[in-house]
Every structure is written in C-alpha cells, then in structure tokens.
Design a binder for this molecule. Structure first.
Ligand code: PFF
Length: 452
C-alpha cells in the first residue's frame, strides 16, 4: 500500500485551511449579510460567534482528523466509535452538496473578471447578471470552474492543494488590502465605515432570534465547519503541530479577511450612493458593478478595480471549492482504495451534475444554499461537538495537548465544548429548524424544493 499523503510544511497546512475558510462566504455573503442586518450590530454578534463557537469547534474537527489520520467517515471507525460514522457522512454530504452550487457562483465570478476587462459587466449590471447567471452560459462557467477544482485536487495534497493555496491565499490578502486602502480615498466612503463599524445594540436586541442563527451560521460556514473539511485537512497533519496555535491563527486570519472585505465593499457602495440593503444571490453581482461604474476617473478605473476585486473573489472561491471536493475524495481514496485522479474526476463530475439546476435557475441555488447552511451545517457541527465533547472525552484533550505547549488550555476547551458551545449550537439548530420546517414562506415551507 502506498503511504498516505501529508502536508509538506506546517505553513502549507495553515494556508490550505485559510484558503478553505476564506471564500465566497467572506466576500460575497458576509458584507451583504452585515448590511442587511443592521451593520455593525451584526458584526458584533458575528465576532462573538467566532470566539465562542468557531474556535472551540475548529479545534474539535482538528482533533478528530489528526487523531484518526484518515478520511472523515473512516475517522470515527478508527477512533473506535463506528456508530458515529454518520457524523462524517453528514459532513461529506454537506460539502458535496455545497460544492455543487458554490461552483456555479464561482463560474459567475470568473465571468465577471472577463466582464470587467471588457467593461460589459459594468455597463448595465442588472442585465448582465440576468444574462450570465441562468441557463447555458451559467452551466458553461460552472463547468469551467469545476474543471479547475478537479485538476487541483487530482494533483494531490502536496503538489495540488498545498502548492496552489500557497500562491492563492497571500494574493487574496495582499490584493484585498490594496483595495481597502483604495476605498479610503473615495469621497463619501466615510458613511460606509460608520455603518460597518458603529454598532447599534438596539438592533441586536430587537432582532436577536433572527440575527443569532444568521451570525452563527455565517461564522461556522466561514470557518468551513460541519462539512468534514477541517477533519479531512487535519488528517494530513503530523503529530508535532500545535493544533491550538494553528486553529487560532486560521480563525483570526479568516476574520481579518472578512473584515477587510467589509472595508472594501461597504465604503465602495456608500461612496457610490448604492443601497447595500438588497440581499439575495445577486446582490454582490449587481451593486458592486453599479458602484464600480460610478467611480471617479472614468470607466477605466472602475474596470481595473473590478478586475482586481472579482479576481480576488475568484481565487478565494477556488481555494474553498478544492477543500469541499477534497473531503469526498479523501473518503473514496482512504476507504475504497480508489486512485486520487479517478476519485477527483468522478466526484467532481457528480457535483457538477448536482449543480446543474442551480446553474439553470437561481431559485434552485438559493434553495441548495439554504438547505446546506440551515440544515446540514448545524447538524454537522452539533454532531462534532457531541462526539468530541461527550464520546471522545479524555482522548480529545490528549490529542489537543500533543504538540501544543500550553497544556492547561485543553481541559478548559473540552469543558467549553461540552457546555457553552453545545448549548448555543442546540439553540441555533432549534431556531434554524423552526425556520425550515415551521415557518411558511410565501405559502410554502423552506424545506420544499422550488419545483413549481
Ligand atoms: N468557508 C468557505 C467560505 O466562507 O466561502 C465555504 C466553505 C468551504 C464552507 C468549505 C464549508 C467548507 F467545508
């Protein structure tokens, strides 16, 4: 049997994990979700979610992955708890499911890079989005994006994912910083900063039950939790890494990038007098180009900024999508002994096919996204928290302590996981389920697919 792959360097693992975390969630969803939910008020709940749930939960996934050293479903068998295999299965299902429509959006973003070069994306934003986001054009860009993902994953952990993310993640960060600095110079951007950074706690208090699951869901999605992805990535780690330090660094970097994205998007919108308040999948694709078109300096500046902005989103989306495919590929390789290349091609083509409805009609995309984020994700996280907190017990603290240096933290972590984290995740699951199954929306329940 050939030896299982590993990350070549610790930095390689960190960059790959940051690459997974930083994606459409940070740049496409986060600034608009913040805008839709009272600006800075949402940000505060989001940051609290990161700290209280995100960091303990990412460590939980790392602990499972590194201890087991195998794919996310096999991990539970190898930890001696076969009947917990469903946890890994939910995660792998969630990542495969999410990849299907994530790649559709990735395809649109690629199209917007080209559309910014030619200027057509900026000329009539609504019409442009309407034309490229449905039907054949959308299926074609979905295929192109997915092919790129397949190629990188097929190349392997070290020579594919690690090598690619080593370039991708630093480029995303540097270019976003550049864009954020540019945004400062825009006349009228000040209001955007105020909106993003001055919290109104009254808004949080009155909308707590709706803001809470959104902010928590966003924090977990953003850290790629509940999808078996971090379990899988940590399974390629050596024993001498500090999971604690790595987890902290990954969470902080991810939050930093989300903040940066907010500091680019909101000032840009405010400077252009574009209302950020309209949510939905198209938000970023319509309001950003509208804002870009009105930038000082004539059309050229808007196009140049557009190319950089959408290229950043594209690269971030790619480095997340490869992690989504890797979770399922690792399962096929480790459990069934399949070659990495046929596994990546087979599963990638499968996810492409599953994404076709989303590519054809955005109502399907919204439905897929909703099921992924409100059903599969919280269930995945809840199961991981229960497993590590209550089924693994001392093996978990032992694993976290390995390579850490700060031994005292691990019992506190386990205790937090068993109590605070579990409680909050339970509340979030309950609120989401109420939303999915009990709240009729335009005559239907959300769980019903948009068939009509
Ligand atoms: N974290 C990614 C984002 O914010 O866009 C999305 C994601 C990737 C979610 C991988 C889950 C995952 F397993």
């Amino acid at each position: 049997m050939t030896e299982r792959e590993t990350w070549a360097t610790r930095l390689g693992f960190i960059l790959a994990a940051v690459g997974s975390a930083v994606g459409l969630g940070n740049i496409w969803r986060f600034p608009f979700q913040t805008a839709d939910n009272g600006g800075a008020a949402f940000l505060v709940v989001y940051l609290a979610s990161m700290l209280i749930i995100g960091i303990p939960a990412i460590l939980a996934e790392f602990v499972i992955g590194r201890r087991a050293n195998t794919d996310a479903i096999g991990a539970f068998r190898s930890l001696g708890k076969s009947n917990w295999r469903f946890v890994g299965a939910i995660g792998i299902l969630a990542s495969f499911w999410t990849l299907s429509y994530y790649s559709v959006i990735g395809g649109w973003v690629a199209r917007y890079v080209a559309g910014s070069v030619t200027g057509s994306a900026l000329a009539a934003p609504e019409g442009y989005f309407g034309a490229i986001s449905v039907g054949l054009p959308s299926v074609v860009t979905h295929a192109v994006f997915m092919t790129t993902v397949i190629v990188i994953v097929a190349a392997g952990i070290e020579r594919g994912i690690e090598l690619a993310t080593k370039f991708m993640v630093p480029s995303v960060i540097v270019l976003l910083i550049g864009l954020a600095v540019y945004a400062v110079t825009l006349p009228g951007s000040g209001q955007g900063y105020g909106f993003f950074l001055t919290p109104d706690f009254g808004v949080v208090a009155t909308n707590f039950t709706s803001i809470l699951p959104l902010a928590f869901g966003q924090a977990l999605f953003s850290l790629s939790l509940g999808f078996s992805v971090m379990i899988t990535y940590a399974s390629y780690l050596g024993r001498d890494d500090s999971l604690f330090a790595d987890g902290l660094l990954i969470a902080v970097t991810n939050t930093f990038v989300g903040m940066l994205a907010g500091l680019v998007v909101l000032p840009l919108l405010f400077a252009a007098g574009v209302q950020p308040g309209e949510g939905g999948v198209g938000a970023v694709f319509i309001s950003i180009p509208t804002a870009l078109a009105s930038l000082p300096g004539g059309g050229l500046v808007g196009r140049a900024v557009g190319v950089v902005f959408f290229a950043v989103v594209l690269v971030a989306a790619l480095s997340s999508a490869i992690s989504l495919l890797e979770a399922a590929v690792a399962y096929a390789v480790d459990t069934f002994g399949l070659g990495r290349v046929p596994a990546a091609v087979g599963l990638g083509v499968g996810a492409f096919a599953l994404g076709i409805p989303s590519a054809i009609d955005t109502a399907w995309l919204e439905w897929f996204d909703g099921i992924g984020v409100t059903l599969l994700l919280p269930l995945g996280v809840l199961s991981v928290v229960l497993f590590v907190g209550w089924a693994m017990g001392s093996a978990a603290t032992e694993e976290l302590r390995d390579g850490m240096g700060l031994g005292g933290v691990s019992p506190i972590w386990l205790w937090t996981l068993r109590t605070v984290v579990l409680l909050v995740v339970l509340v979030v699951v309950a609120l989401n389920f109420q939303d999915l199954f009990l709240t009729p929306n335009a005559g239907d329940y959300y769980i019903v697919p948009p068939l009509g």
